[in-house]
Each structure stands twice: as C-alpha cells, then as structure tokens.
Design a protein around this ligand. Structure first.
Ligand code: MET
Length: 378
C-alpha cells in the first residue's frame, strides 16, 4: 500500500485488531521506569482482550522503544503514526521527551496519553495531548508534608535537582514553593545532570548548609547515586525524592541507603476500588509482585483508550471508520469520558489534564542490600 508510507490518514480504514502504540523507554537508564510501563501495558492488553476487546474486536499493542532521549521518542512516534497506523499513543516516558515528540502527534492529529509525564504544561502542548499522570503541582507537596509530620523540627531544607531534565526542573519549582509556603528555609539549591555519577560537590554544599531535610528532583540512576553519596558523606536527616524515585529499580543503585526515603505516589495497591483490587490480583499473578505506580499508570492509559473506543464502536463499528476520523473522534471521546481505573476514578479537563482524586506517600524500607519495598504511610 503506497498510501501507508505517506502516513496520510485520509481514506485509510481502521485495521483490526485495533493497534494502539506504546512508545516508552525500553532501553537506556530511563528503562528503569519504562520496564514497569511495559509490564502495565501488557497486562492491560491481556485483560481487555480476555473481556472481549472492543465489542468483540481485540486490541493489539505496538511497541516502539522511545529510549531516554528526544530523538528516539520522535522516531518512535513517527513510526507508530505512519508505519503502524495506530489509533493513539501511550508515551513517552519523560516530559523532556514529550515536549519534543508530542507536537508530532499533534500535527498528525493522533491522540496521546502521557503515562508518566508530570511536568507542568504537558496537556497544553496541543489538543490531542492528555495525560494519566498527575502533575508535579498536585503530587510533589504530599511527600514534603509527610516529612514534616515525621520530624516537625525540620527548618532548613536543601534542594537538589537535575537541571537538564524538564520534569526535574518543573518539580523542583513546586518543591521550593511548598518549602517556603510551609515557613521553612531553602538552605541551598544544588544542580546536577542526569548523566552525572559524582555528586561530591553538591553533597558537600548540602552538608555545609546544615540542612535537616534534603529534597531531590532527578531520575532514578542519578538520583540513587545522590542518595548513596549523601549517606556516605554522613548526611543523617530525612530525604524526600520526587517522581523519579518512584520505582524499586532504584534499590540496586542506592541499596541500603535507600532506607527511609519518602516518595509521593499517584497510585497505591491498597486503593480499595473493585477495579484496582482486580488489577492488583492479576498483576501479582503475572509478575509475582505488587504493581508499582508506573505500571498502574501505563495500564490506565491503555484502559482509557479501550474504554473510549468502546463508546465509539457502539455507534459505528471501528472497522468501518476512516482512520483519521477515528483518531479525531477518539480524542474527543477520551476527554468526554469517565474511567474507573486502578488509579481510581479519572476524568480529564478540556485541555487533557487529569482529574484524579487520591494520592499517597510511601517510605522505602530496605530488607537487605538490594531488596526492599515502598511502605505506604499515607
Ligand atoms: N515524571 C517524569 C517526567 O515527567 C518521568 C518519570 S519519573 C522520572 O519526566
């Protein structure tokens, strides 16, 4: 088909099974998050198809590795849009990548659900861009407030962040505003790169600032090393990590030094809805562990696409749609619907921002050097 190579959606029928693109990090350091996203998406595909797919038509997830950089995300999006002719895309993993790749989908009029992009401004990239990942503005303050509950004497807070990552820059802004709003002092602000491995300069500055709390916005590999080096240089106080710390894949990096770390959560396996409890049971059966936040969000992304497609399919069978028209209708339906997901009940505002009700905080408890868990404290 010559038309397929052009990627022009016009006059192309929707193929079945219905293809949904998954463009997350399957390689690079960012795969520390992406692996969990793939696990969540796979389970969604399995359960949705086991329940009859979209009115009898199965879905088919098409994976394109978006790795950890902007160009890989752009290539993954382009392949999914023009070669794979997906109806929509769940991805990419980082906000830094979303700011580069989402405009491609916007121009091609393909709905995108960000599964983990939490920086400010993501849904505002375009009409076709929404997210199932609650933004830093609503998530970040929770862990900080929990730290103050554990240690009400905290006064001086050291802030560290990865300056080459859009999400980390966005998150640290919210952390710093919250610190000031709580009447605390920002004792020092230390910057690093996500590719750094030696944080001696920054950690020394934190110690010199006599901080009694350290708040870090970074990704998992660099962030884990920051924690390790803080403890190696004898920092004794509490540490709050942002969204980049929300994976057990962090544990092999900071090992026993991860112990005590506080991280806010947009998901909890303990959330009591029937939908979540089924999800937890199925996730445990498949992977022999509790579902982490990034898996639950990716699952929710696939589910939102399937739920919205089901509404459309009831009006006119998906196979009879023109692909371009279906993508536009799907985008409209995503924003109109209400979804019972493992994250709780979700809706979107008219810009595609998620409206989610429940948030949690967990504290890391290490059992030995490499194994530990997130213990929910709120
Ligand atoms: N929340 C991050 C972002 O928006 C991605 C996952 S955790 C580093 O970039």
């Amino acid at each position: 088909m010559i038309g397929a190579a052009l990627g022009a959606a016009s006059a192309q029928k929707v193929e079945t099974p219905v293809a949904i693109g998954i463009a997350v990090a399957q390689t690079s350091n960012v795969a520390l998050f992406g692996q969990e996203q793939v696990a969540g998406a796979k389970l969604a595909e399995k359960l949705i198809n086991a329940r009859g797919g979209i009115g009898g038509t199965p879905i088919r997830l098409v994976y394109q590795d978006a790795a950890g950089d902007e160009n890989s995300a752009i290539n993954a999006f382009q392949n999914l849009i023009t070669k794979e002719r997906v109806v929509g895309i769940v991805g990419p993993t980082l906000s830094q990548q979303a700011f580069a790749a989402d405009p491609i989908a916007e121009r091609a009029r393909i709905p995108v659900l960000g599964p983990s992009n939490t920086a400010k401004g993501i849904p505002q990239i375009g009409n076709y861009i929404a997210r199932v990942s609650a933004p830093v503005t609503v998530i970040a303050p929770a862990a900080l407030k929990q730290a103050l509950k554990i240690d009400p004497k905290i006064k001086r807070v050291a802030v560290m962040y990865a300056q080459n990552d859009a999400f980390s820059v966005s998150e640290t802004g919210i952390f710093q505003d919250t610190i000031k709003a709580q009447g605390l002092t920002v004792a020092t602000v230390q910057k690093s790169q996500t590719t750094d491995t030696d944080f001696t300069t920054q950690v020394t500055a934190v110690l010199n600032a006599k901080a009694d709390l350290v708040v870090i916005s970074a990704l998992a590999a660099d962030g884990g090393n920051i924690i390790k080096q803080l403890r190696q240089l004898s920092y004794k106080g509490l540490i709050v990590g942002g969204n980049g710390f929300n994976t057990t894949n962090l544990f092999p990096v900071c090992q026993k030094d991860c112990d005590g770390l506080l991280v806010a959560q947009a998901y909890s396996p303990l959330q009591s809805s029937a939908t979540n409890q089924v999800f937890v049971k199925e996730y445990r059966a498949l992977y022999k562990k509790d579902p982490p936040q990034f898996a639950a969000q990716a699952y929710a992304g696939v589910q939102v696409f399937a739920d919205a497609l089901r509404v459309i399919d009831r009006k006119k069978k998906l196979a009879q749609w023109d692909l371009g028209d279906l993508r536009t209708e799907l985008n409209k339906q995503i924003l109109a619907g209400k979804y019972n997901t493992p994250l709780g009940e979700l809706r979107f505002d008219k810009e595609g921002e998620i409206n989610q009700k429940e948030f949690f905080v967990a504290q890391v408890k290490m059992k030995d050097a490499k194994n530990g868990s997130f213990v929910f404290v709120k």
